[in-house]
Design a protein around this ligand. Structure first.
Ligand SMILES: [Zn+2]
Length: 430
């Protein structure tokens, strides 16, 4: 072998060894993933103003690559137009505490899907980086809690709101959407579809839960772009799937993102400890976000997810309304929403783990139990029938005791007061 041939062989050997060391050390991977530009641009929840179902799928796929082993994705339901309702789960599945956050149950409020995906991404990154929250590493927080993210509860509706008829995949559902527009007496145009709240069957999913559903008159009575409550409680694949999840997982808290407004609703007729807990935590959320809290529920339509979770499952439920009037938000508006909401999920996970938020299963009352009149200003009425327009039998003052006799309907118990039996409003009894 000539001298220059020896030199070439040595150089080749050196290159091969260097390449092997480089590959084994895993530095090639860091070079790829640490490049900040690459990383930022890839996450569409941080950049796309629309944030379609496909864009969400792109982010989920990227998460599968970058955070493999840190989460799992379950498909809860298949929608009428063939999309999936995803439940993305992080944390410890054996933990004693579980919380849930969801977005876009109302189609045109799709900015909430972006926000929920950014909240998930932020926690995955912090877990990997070893970042702390209030003195605890994120991975420690996640050892105590399991967190379910349902970023897009109503994917068909989101597509209709973003792209109109072009957003629908199946000819049958396009025909259906046209017929809903006709029933609404509206032209099937871009403006009409952009205002869409419902799913592709024209049911408003957040009016489809068992919380005053029967009594609620939606004022529509036919499939519509908004407010139609459906033919029965949980008649839609999306609402049935999320209700099933809530019943199975027995969450310590659920957070429901809506838009617009900067307000937190926390009340739906709950009493006692559940009321105290939800009110106290709503105040905490108000401190974090800067949004006001609202106790009113009469002026807001019932039969929503958080209403049902509170009333029938005893789960602290919160509706958080974010953003301004426009469906689509620009980069600056989104940055504001992000700053307001970035710690909401972590704080709720910590609150559940510390026992500040927990489920209180509704207690079944027994005939003969004593109840106290609460929350009314001076008195509530004993009425002849379970109806707020029925004949008044007596006035029962605040702090007076009545005897529970039986359940009447969603609003009234049958009770005895000073030897007289009639009906009093549940809302004012504890
Ligand atoms: Zn809404």
């Amino acid at each position: 072998m000539k001298d220059d041939q020896k030199l070439n062989t040595l150089i080749l050997l050196f290159c091969l060894v260097s390449a092997a060391v480089f590959l084994v050390s895993g530095r090639w991977r860091q070079v790829e993933t640490d490049e900040p530009e690459h990383r930022e641009e890839s996450w569409l929840c941080r950049s796309s103003e629309l944030y379609t179902y496909d864009e969400m799928m792109h982010d989920i796929d990227l998460m599968r690559f970058q955070f493999a082993g840190q989460f799992r994705v379950d498909s809860l339901a298949l929608t009428a137009d063939g999309r999936e309702v995803f439940d993305i789960v992080i944390g410890n599945s054996a933990a004693n505490h579980r919380i849930m956050v969801n977005g876009a149950i109302h189609a045109r409020e799709y900015v909430t899907s972006r926000l929920v995906m950014c909240q998930l991404l932020d926690i995955l990154e912090k877990e990997e980086d070893g970042t702390q929250y209030k003195g605890n590493e994120i991975r420690e927080v996640l050892e105590d809690t399991e967190i379910h993210f349902l970023p897009m509860l109503n994917p068909d509706g989101v597509e209709i709101s973003q792209s109109g008829l072009d957003g629908l995949r199946t000819p049958a559902m396009k025909v259906r959407a046209r017929s809903i527009a006709a029933q609404d007496g509206q032209p099937a145009d871009e403006l009409y579809f952009s205002q869409w709240w419902s799913n592709a069957n024209g049911v408003d999913l957040n009016r489809n839960f068992d919380a005053l559903w029967k009594k609620y008159d939606d004022g529509v009575h036919h499939p519509s772009y908004k407010k139609y409550k459906g033919t029965s409680v949980e008649c839609e694949a999306e609402s049935a799937a999320v209700a099933k999840l809530v019943r199975e997982k027995k969450f310590s808290a659920i957070l429901c993102y809506h838009a617009p407004g900067e307000v937190i609703y926390w009340y739906f007729r709950q009493n006692g400890e559940l009321r105290r807990m939800t009110e106290a935590y709503a105040e905490e959320l108000s401190q974090i976000t800067g949004y006001r809290t609202d106790v009113n529920f009469q002026s807001v339509d019932p039969a929503g997810l958080k209403d049902w979770a509170l009333e029938k499952e005893g789960i602290p439920g919160f509706t958080i309304e974010i953003g301004g009037e426009d469906n689509q938000v620009d980069a600056e508006e989104f940055r504001k929403l992000w700053e307001e909401n970035r710690y909401v999920i972590l704080e709720t996970a910590v609150a559940a783990a510390e026992g500040r938020l927990f489920r209180i299963p509704p207690r079944i009352l027994e005939a003969g139990e004593h109840l106290t009149v609460v929350k009314c200003s001076e008195y509530t009425y004993l009425r002849a029938r379970p109806n707020s327009r029925a004949e008044e039998l007596a006035r029962i003052p605040l702090d007076a005791e009545v005897t529970f006799e039986g359940y009447a309907n969603d609003e009234f118990y049958r009770v005895t007061y000073q030897g007289q039996t009639g009906y009093a409003m549940i809302n004012f009894l504890e």
